[in-house]
Write a protein that binds this ligand. Structure first.
Ligand code: COA
Length: 257
């Protein structure tokens, strides 16, 4: 898998996607968005990948937002298309990916960068990370799902404050309000994410995919999540993973998934 703006490394069932535009603080231009979308879809069906980690190149920035230079002269029609295309081709694809996606936030996560982290299933931040949705300072609002996902993660009052003030918050505050799952030293960031990934890899990939679907159901797709949970719970019983998991328990050994 080779891309112009991404580096991909797969090792021990963990694929790490590194967004590689450090001289633009890894800002998401349209090519990077389309490469990210393609890479996630490829890794989702790649048998040697069980968990995906997304990070940014360098020690300064995860992603400093959508590439402002690409939309500075857009009109409302083009703006709507930009938002719709981004949401459908990338951000919703990540959130609904059947394999766990961990954002390793190694610095600035602004605008589309924070939206990328929020579309991921788990967010781990380095101590120097700074998060914000600065769009209102540009005369915009978040367009890649930020108004919805930030509200789901931290509640409406805090989300509106972050959006309306356009201010950046530090990793410690992100941890306190539930935006970050963990905060670790920058040097430990990728290893820490891999430790989480390895714990996930011990468990049933089919059950994990069902858990993602059920957890997302009411939040993302505005449908009854309890019904999806019932259906996904039921489907688990027909899987080899369920047979292996229960057999291993009864045989007092670790399951092999
Ligand atoms: N889009 C396009 N280019 C961006 C960018 C973005 N979102 N964020 C940073 N860059 C570019 C800068 O234009 C600069 O490029 P140049 O060297 O060719 O001029 C380079 O990345 C380095 O950024 P710079 O601003 O010089 O770094 P800094 O350390 O002084 O400031 C930030 C860092 C993150 C505070 C600042 O870059 C910034 O505010 N970026 C925009 C954040 C934003 O509003 N994102 C939401 C977009 S919707």
């Amino acid at each position: 898998m080779t891309f112009n703006n991404l580096l991909i490394n797969t090792e021990h069932k963990i694929s790490t996607i590194t967004i590689n535009r450090p001289n633009k603080l890894n800002a998401l231009n349209s090519q990077t968005i389309s490469e990210l979308s393609e890479s996630i879809k490829l890794l989702e069906v790649d048998i040697s990948t069980r968990v995906i980690i997304i990070t940014g190149m360098g020690n300064k920035s995860f992603v400093a937002g959508a590439d402002i230079s690409e939309f500075a002269d857009f009109n409302s029609e083009q703006g709507m298309q930009l938002s719709e295309l981004g949401q459908h081709t990338l951000f919703n694809v990540i959130e609904n990916c059947s394999k766990p996606v961990i954002a390793a936030v190694n610095g600035f996560a602004l605008g589309g960068g924070l939206e990328l982290a929020m579309a991921s299933h788990i967010r781990v931040m380095s101590v120097n990370a700074k998060m914000g949705l600065p769009e209102t300072s540009l005369g915009l609002i978040p367009g890649y799902g930020g108004t919805q996902r930030l509200t789901q993660l931290i509640g409406k009052g805090r989300a509106l404050e972050m959006i309306m003030t356009a201010k950046m918050i530090l990793a410690d505050e992100a941890l306190k309000i539930g935006l970050a799952n963990h905060v670790v030293n920058q040097d430990d960031l990728l290893n820490f994410c891999k430790q989480i990934a390895n714990k996930i890899i011990n468990n049933s990939p089919k059950a994990i995919s069902s858990a993602i679907k059920a957890t997302n159901a009411s939040l993302v797709n505005n449908i009854n999540g309890f019904d999806v949970e019932i259906s996904e719970f039921g489907k688990c019983f027909d899987t080899d993973d369920f047979k292996e998991g229960t057999t291993a328990f009864l045989e007092k050994r670790k399951p092999i998934f």
